[in-house]
Design a protein around this ligand. Structure first.
Ligand SMILES: *Cc1c(COP(=O)(O)O)cnc(C)c1O
Length: 415
């Protein structure tokens, strides 16, 4: 097998030539850690520390309730939404940051189903993130109108969409395998059958170029704490194409989505546009962190990010298959760059213990049941030499059977 990078020196050389290299210093990263889990929880951008200090000490501490206006807290959900819009090919008034991905999906699935009242089928992926499927199940039960959740493999989606399909609800990048869907083709197929589409961008936004409007998408949701580096429990966001915004009657009709919040009108009337998707009071501290983190992300060129993500991924695949050959790793991610998001996953029957043994050496990836080792590729702060060193650690863990110790088999509450 021919590798593009065959020595540690070549990896260091690739870092020297990397146009994104300077971004690494913008993050707090412990010296003894190689972080390949930014797709689960992004690291802390340095400038977020100062922003949080100012938001807490000055805006909250000194400004108190006045900061809703003086520090413009009240418009933070739209401000953050506008920044995310630039990463996902949406217009400025089409995205708003609020709530969690799961809650936002509940809102938009309910909206989409109400726009297709004659149809009963929701098409999604068998391997979709469970919360997405649970939300569809819970909402169907609540509506009690006989909706069917039709789950299929990633490769059979288009053939499954038919005249009964109300909504196609898909995660663009599969959280286990990293399989990347063709957004334009599937959106077109959904529309051809008269169905609406909801994209979950949890594992794609901030990792690769996305063009929701170019694809003609209807709705989307996504996550603030993964590739967007907004911090633990950062708010999610939602996208509603302009053409649908005023046709939706929000199911979570809270006061923040009211037309005139401070009229304290006893009767709910939805605000115009995307604002009606707000429900309760925005989580200002988390939003401020996400807002600041997005400024770092928006400085980077998304095409350069994608190119480096693919280069890191190819390097990782090649090195694992070369250096850990004979240790039963089976690639779980698509080999084709065009079909892979920004992570590399392998099957291994001892996956959990191997991941624990790697973490003990400072190489942080994660494990997804039943047998997936998952490594996120985050080009803003991951270097080529990190990939080299991570694979060296993996090879050593396998060669010495270091994973086969009792302390690495006990399952923690969070994997
Ligand atoms: C991470 C993730 C979520 C998380 O949802 P929360 O409500 O933020 O916990 C949802 N869907 C997908 C596809 C994810 O990857």
């Amino acid at each position: 097998m021919s590798l593009s990078i065959e020595t540690r020196e070549q990896a260091i050389e690739a870092d020297r030539n990397d146009p994104l290299a300077s971004f690494r210093d913008r993050f707090v990263l412990p010296d003894d850690v190689i972080y390949l889990d930014g797709n689960s929880l992004g690291p802390l951008p340095r400038r977020v520390v100062d922003r949080m200090t100012a938001t807490i000490r000055d805006e909250w501490g000194e400004g108190l309730v006045r900061s809703w206006v003086d520090a413009d807290w009240i418009n933070l959900p739209e401000q953050v939404g506008d920044k995310i819009a630039r990463l996902i090919g949406a217009g400025p008034d089409e995205v708003i940051a609020a709530d969690s991905t799961s809650v936002n999906l509940f809102k938009l699935l309910s909206a989409a189903l109400s726009l297709r009242p004659e149809r009963r089928v929701i098409v999604s992926q068998k391997g979709n993130f469970p919360s997405d499927l649970y939300i569809a199940q819970g909402l169907s039960d609540l509506l009690d109108r006989g909706h069917e959740l039709r789950l299929v493999d990633n490769n059979n989606l288009i053939d499954t969409i038919d005249q009964d399909t109300a909504v196609v609800m898909l995660t663009q990048v599969d959280y286990r395998s990293g399989h990347l869907q063709d957004m334009a083709a599937i959106t077109a197929a959904a529309h051809e059958s008269g169905a609406l589409i909801i994209w979950d961008l949890a594992h794609s936004a901030g990792a690769l170029p996305i063009d929701l409007n170019g694809a003609g998408a209807d709705f989307a949701v996504g996550c603030g704490y993964k590739f967007l580096n907004g911090g633990p429990g950062a708010p999610g966001y939602l996208y509603v194409a302009q053409r649908h915004q005023d046709a939706i009657k929000p199911i979570l009709s809270g006061w923040m989505g009211h037309k005139d919040r401070f009229a304290f009108d006893p009767v709910y009337q939805p605000a115009d546009g995307i604002k009606r998707q707000l429900c309760g009071t925005p989580t200002i501290l988390s939003l401020a962190a996400l807002d600041e983190a997005l400024d770092v992300m928006l400085e980077a060129d998304i095409d350069q990010l994608r190119a480096k993500s693919l280069a890191l991924s190819r390097m990782f695949i090649d090195l694992v298959e070369c250096n850990a050959a004979g240790h039963d790793f089976e690639l779980a991610s698509p080999r084709d760059d065009a079909r892979r998001g920004s992570q590399v996953s392998f099957h291994h029957q001892h996956g959990y213990s191997i991941v624990q043994a790697l973490i003990a050496r400072g190489v942080i990836g994660d494990f997804r049941a039943p047998d997936i080792l998952r490594f996120g590729m985050t080009p803003l702060y991951t270097r080529y030499v990190d990939i080299w060193d991570a694979v060296a650690a993996l090879s050593d863990v396998m060669a010495t059977s270091a994973w086969d110790k009792p302390e690495f088999t006990h399952r923690a509450a969070v994997t």
